[in-house]
Design a protein around this ligand. Structure first.
Ligand SMILES: NC(=O)C1=CN([C@@H]2O[C@H](COP(=O)(O)OP(=O)(O)OC[C@H]3O[C@@H](n4cnc5c(N)ncnc54)[C@H](OP(=O)(O)O)[C@@H]3O)[C@@H](O)[C@H]2O)[C@@H](O)CC1
Ligand SMILES: [K+]
Length: 428
């Protein structure tokens, strides 16, 4: 045995596969890298682009925690494992692999309706063909490696190469649920391990991601002249700070406002300054997890961003003048009244006036003033260009008055909800 061979380390896989009875494709790497073994999850090296590629394929912000990564896979019906159960390997060098023993893929194939197998790189495809295909009888599609070593492949090029994977998956359309059923769903998600604070973190990040897309599009269209890096990496920051007018984020006192605070934190961290408008100081908020989220955001905002506490109408108008985007996180599913109290009524009027002047208005969960349940609209209701509704759509968005104020509706898939939908009171 040569000196180089002696440097090989014997590795046992040790990370459980992700799959369930809804998985439709099986994605296989070779073996977890040292960084992945340390993170106890697949593709754990921060420079590996696997998670960013998947997120871009589905037009979502990149998952941050292992729980979010698992959710993303299961939501899209993707099973994930590796070809090898054990081998001798030098570091992360696939070329050095010896004594390869395959995983028992029958465990997944017998439990899930897998239609197609994809291998993330030449080594896993070669080892799959040699060690697994005779048993599975399924040929694998070879995809390019997302490893940083594969530098010839840019992120957009990788995303294009991975499109056949997305094309194999059946789309999940979230059902329209009554607001009480959404509350039940939240409780079921929490009981399974993802609490409301984590859902708010995901909601705020998704909101920031949608704002960022609008800002990027304005740069592409030449509306903004600010230089930003090419769209190679819409998923992560920090990036150069555009010098333009900050995005204005209106936050109410409840958990809808909490979504706005989290979005502010992300946009600021990604290099997009914000002007956050609130009637209540973060430390005086009562609703949780909004209060905790607001305190965290307030402590982390950089010098280009600011918080306006109970601003005058003139200050609100000044903040909106020339702003690219206004985020409405004033009132969400907790609102169901005929009138909106001050100062939110005046802020809604200011948002609508700004929209007439060309500001893009994005509503968090539901345009403020609209009842998410009944679709009744208060005298002052936000007129949105787009509404990012959380987890599932609510009936009010599709009632005549609701449809008139929501603009384009997108659902933010904050969690893997299919297992909890049996018996849920779907709105008819
Ligand atoms: N679904 C999910 O999984 C997730 C949900 N999340 C988010 O939580 C939101 C629901 O939060 P929520 O329940 O705290 O209610 P919310 O909409 O903020 O309204 C309460 C506030 O409104 C106020 N208010 C009431 N009436 C008013 C009036 N007439 N005029 C003026 N103000 C009035 C009321 O004030 P109060 O009456 O208490 O003084 C209180 O401050 C939901 O829409 C979504 O965005 C995500 O974070 C995570 C995932
Ligand atoms: K809102």
């Amino acid at each position: 045995m040569g000196e180089r061979a002696q440097e090989r380390e014997h590795i046992e896989h040790g990370i459980a596969p992700v799959f369930d009875g809804r998985s439709e494709v099986l994605v296989l790497g070779t073996m977890p890298s040292p960084a992945s073994r340390e993170a106890a999850f697949f593709y754990g090296h921060p420079q590996n682009r696997f998670w960013r590629v998947l997120a871009a394929l589905f037009d979502e912000p990149a998952p941050v925690t292992n729980g979010e990564r698992t959710d993303l896979l299961l939501r899209h019906h993707i099973a994930l494992w590796d070809v090898l159960a054990s081998c001798d390997i030098r570091g992360a060098s696939d070329a050095s692999i010896a004594n390869a023993r395959p995983n028992d893929l029958g465990r997944i194939l017998s439990a899930a309706p897998i239609r197609r197998v994809f291998c993330t790189g030449a080594t896993s495809a070669r080892l799959y063909g040699k060690l697994c295909e005779p048993a599975t009888g399924l040929a694998a599609v070879k995809l390019p490696s997302t490893s940083p070593a594969n530098a010839a492949w840019s992120l957009p090029r990788l995303v294009e190469a991975y499109r056949p994977l997305a094309a194999e998956l059946s789309l999940f359309e979230p059902p329209v649920l009554d607001v009480p059923a959404v509350v039940d769903l939240e409780a079921a998600i929490a009981a399974a391990g993802t609490g409301l604070d984590e859902l708010m973190e995901r909601a705020g990040r998704f909101l920031a991601y949608e704002v960022r897309k609008v800002l990027e599009a304005r740069v592409m269209d030449g509306v903004e002249t600010v230089a930003v890096r090419p769209a190679d990496d819409l998923q992560t920051g920090p990036r150069r700070s555009p010098a333009g007018v900050p995005t204005v984020i209106f936050c109410g006192n409840g958990n809808n406002g909490g979504d706005g605070w989290v979005a502010a934190r992300y946009l600021d961290a990604w290099g997009f300054p914000v002007c956050l408008i609130t009637a209540t100081d973060a430390s005086d908020l009562v609703a949780e997890p909004a209060r905790t989220a607001a305190l965290r955001a307030q402590a982390s905002l950089g010098p280009a961003s600011r918080v306006l506490l109970s601003p005058s109408d003139a200050e609100v108008a000044a903040a909106l003048r020339g702003a690219p985007v206004a985020v409405d996180a004033l009132l969400g599913t907790g609102f169901a009244h005929r009138t909106v109290r001050a100062p939110f009524d005046r802020w809604i009027a200011a948002i609508n006036e700004a929209r007439r002047q060309g500001v893009f208005v994005l509503a968090a969960d539901v345009p403020s003033g609209l009842s998410a349940q009944t679709g009744e609209s208060a005298a002052t209701t936000v007129q949105a260009d787009a509404t990012l509704t959380m987890i599932v759509p609510k009936p009010g968005l599709f009632a005549p008055a609701g449809a008139a104020v929501c603009g384009f509706v997108r659902t933010a898939p904050l969690a893997y909800i299919e297992p909890f939908l049996k018996g849920a009171r779907t709105h008819l």
